[in-house]
Design a protein around this ligand. Structure first.
Ligand code: CTP
Length: 399
């Protein structure tokens, strides 16, 4: 349909970028990016007449996005002919629009296009050796200043290399080191830097990404003392399995915030002062900030308490009740002591969801006058419930 529309409107039209890369790798990619030589916005409008999605136009950039009912998005970009000035005595060279569009992109493997017009349908456009780099498993930039122009590409290089199991090609590696040394990451806003770091950490192979961030000295930018220690990386290796284990017991398994647990591991060697400085850079949300801080600050006390042989269930409940599930999972993955693990699991399986069902109103009905006594009564009811002496609401009232 897209190719046909291109023919009707007299535009050359291509599918480009991530879709082409993944298509050639035999992977699925639902994000469709089209480049139109000509008026991309008029093209997107005509296309949307046919497919009836939700069209958003960005006049200034000559781009448009169509949101399809099945949540997929389709981006249309206008490609323009541009003149490129070559150094020294070389003349200005006019390049075709699709060349100019592809040349602006991040890596050779992302800078290929497939033509969609009928007469050239399926023709692969690969000006920069993308196919060769796909075969050789290389992440390679198209020009020296790529990372200076867009420092977020540093994170993209790391992400693609771990996601696809590709190498960052040597010269590209040097460009990354130089861009970081020249302070290019400082030019990103705090929010953008945070977003890129967290997205990179969470991409598929967590410990590989963290090691890579360490190797490129990006962790040092968060805090000079922050590094991927051997011990932390080992813990991260078991984390996925631990999280899956806890997910099987959770009623809302998708709500576990993996990134918080990863950060707890990553930041666990820092002293209190360094921890606070790192958190200030990494976390904007106050709730998440204190979750990480309190989990790490209480770690030693928690382990000490949980190493006791004869901890009763109410003491256990009181000890852990203040912590989120992410903290519990972190403690479980961090500590190798069998009692600690046993108690943490017992708490999640048997105690975590226990709460008192009766309220102040019930107490008033029972003839108790409102006051501090309410708290004491409800606390005692809770204790009996946690100890397994009472279960149902009626038993709470009787008690
Ligand atoms: N791109 C770029 N520089 C960036 C971001 C994107 O050159 N900083 C280009 C790349 O050609 C990329 C395309 O824009 O293929 C689309 O970007 P995006 O959707 O973010 O990336 P994908 O390559 O599709 O990767 P992902 O699978 O992570 O979505």
């Amino acid at each position: 349909q897209v190719g046909q529309l291109g023919d009707t409107m007299g535009n050359d039209v291509f599918i480009v970028g991530g879709f082409v890369r993944d298509f050639l790798l035999g992977e699925e990619n639902q994000d469709l990016d089209f480049v139109v030589e000509g008026d991309g916005i008029a093209f997107a409008q005509a296309l949307n007449e046919i497919i009836q999605g939700r069209l958003t136009i960005h006049e200034k950039f000559g781009t448009a996005t169509i949101q399809l009912p099945d949540k997929r998005t389709l981006d249309v970009v206008t490609a323009r002919r541009e003149y490129y000035e070559y150094p020294a005595a070389m003349p200005q060279v006019e390049k075709s629009s699709i060349w100019s569009d592809l040349f602006r992109r991040d890596f050779t493997i992302n800078a290929m296009a497939i033509q969609l017009n009928k007469s050239k349908f399926g023709q692969l456009i690969d000006y920069f050796g993308g196919i060769q780099d796909l075969e050789d498993k290389n992440i390679r930039v198209l020009y020296n200043l790529s990372f200076v122009e867009d420092p977020t590409r540093i994170f993209r290089a790391i992400r693609f290399s771990t996601r696809l199991n590709f190498n960052i090609e040597d010269e590209t590696k040097t460009f990354i080191h130089e861009a970081i040394k020249d302070g290019m990451l400082d030019r990103l806003s705090a929010e953008r830097l945070r977003e890129e770091i967290l997205n990179t950490i969470l991409e598929k192979n967590i410990q590989e990404n963290i090691l890579s961030l360490d190797r490129f000295k990006v962790l040092e930018i968060i805090h000079p003392k922050l590094q991927a220690s051997q011990a932390n990386v080992e813990k991260l290796q078991t984390l996925k399995e631990t999280i899956n284990y806890f997910r099987t017991y959770e009623s809302r398994p998708d709500e576990i915030e993996v990134v918080l647990i990863v950060l707890m591991h990553l930041l666990s060697d820092l002293n209190e002062h360094d921890l606070v400085e790192s958190l200030n850079k990494l976390i904007a949300n106050k709730g998440n900030y204190s979750k990480i801080k309190e989990t790490l600050e209480n770690r030693k006390i928690i382990y000490e308490q949980l190493k006791q042989e004869d901890l009763n269930s109410y003491d256990l409940y009181q000890l852990l009740n203040q912590f989120s599930l992410e903290s519990i999972i972190y403690y479980y993955n961090d500590c190798d002591h069998s009692y600690v693990k046993h108690y943490l699991l017992f708490y999640v399986l048997k105690l975590k969801e226990i709460h008192v069902e009766i309220s102040g109103e019930d107490l008033i009905k029972l003839g108790i006058k409102p006051g501090p006594i309410f708290r004491i009564v409800l606390e005692r009811v809770l204790e009996e419930k946690v100890k397994g002496n009472i279960y149902r609401r009626e038993e709470e009232i009787q008690f």
